[in-house]
Design a protein around this ligand. Structure first.
Ligand code: UTP
Length: 234
């Protein structure tokens, strides 16, 4: 049995393409196939547009950062429910319950082929939850499936000369994302710096890739070459 944890960026559930639902079906197919090859999955789902829209709706009324985070967490758990239902419908052995925290997920991962969860507590994002789950289940790596093709030294939307990385160390990534500090609710970075600092402590390898292309996720799960950035733990 090999444990693989995948952080599924919320943006992947509502792609700006016509085939919105087929991405979800393809994910279920990939997970089902890999389970048959002996992989056990922890899937941690981000909030994407429901999180962004809900936080925007209330942030001019509510100042409390923790309250905004809680709204974000609800959106991640909504998205996790969507993926869980699709997996169940495909015959994947996944628990009914969306775990509330990483320790519950660890226990469930011992009994099920796949565990799907969202966020846990205010103060971080689902990247951090995924990295924590990967460390707690002795996974060899954490795959961060997002909507950018690689890690860049600067935001490529703001600077078209930004440099991309095929490979880097976890320390180099920490320098790019900055110290372990919670950004405001709903703010997006390539990987949550709080998660990166956990990965630094445990020397966890991350595979950061564009999850819109299912082939990228498949290659990373199988340990093959993929288009994206390998962030090596020491
Ligand atoms: P996400 O994990 O979706 O953050 O959580 P993100 O950086 O916007 O990720 P992408 O772009 O979808 O990949 C959305 C918000 O929910 C709150 C935070 O406010 C976060 O910004 N949240 C999420 C928490 O407070 N705790 C959690 O465990 C998860």
């Amino acid at each position: 049995m090999k444990n693989v944890v995948v952080a599924v960026g919320g943006s992947l559930l509502r792609p700006e393409v016509a085939e919105r639902s087929s991405w979800l079906e393809d994910l279920a197919e990939l997970v089902k196939e890999q389970v048959s090859f002996g992989v056990r999955f922890g899937i941690v789902v981000g909030g994407g547009s429901p999180a962004r829209e809900s936080i925007q709706l209330v942030e001019s009324i509510i100042d409390d950062v923790l309250a905004l985070d809680r709204i974000g967490i609800s959106a991640t758990r909504l998205n996790a429910s969507i993926i869980k239902e699709i997996f169940q419908n495909s015959g994947i052995n996944v628990p009914e319950k969306i775990p509330n925290d990483v320790s519950q997920a660890v226990i469930l991962m011992e009994r099920y082929d796949v565990v799907v969860m969202g966020g846990t507590l205010p103060g971080h994002t689902t990247d951090k939850v995924a990295i924590e789950l990967a460390i707690s289940t002795n996974s060899e790596k954490c795959i961060i499936a997002t909507n950018v093709n690689k890690v860049y030294d600067e935001d490529p939307r703001k600077n078209k000369n930004a440099k991309s990385f095929d490979e880097m160390s976890i320390h180099e990534l920490q320098e790019i994302v900055g110290p372990a500090k919670h950004a405001k609710a709903g703010a997006s970075q390539v990987v949550d710096p709080i998660g990166v600092s956990l990965a630094v402590e445990s020397n966890l390898t991350l595979n950061i890739l564009d999850g819109r292309k299912m082939k990228n996720i498949k290659n990373a799960v199988q340990g093959n070459v993929f288009e994206g950035t390998i962030v090596k733990g020491d």
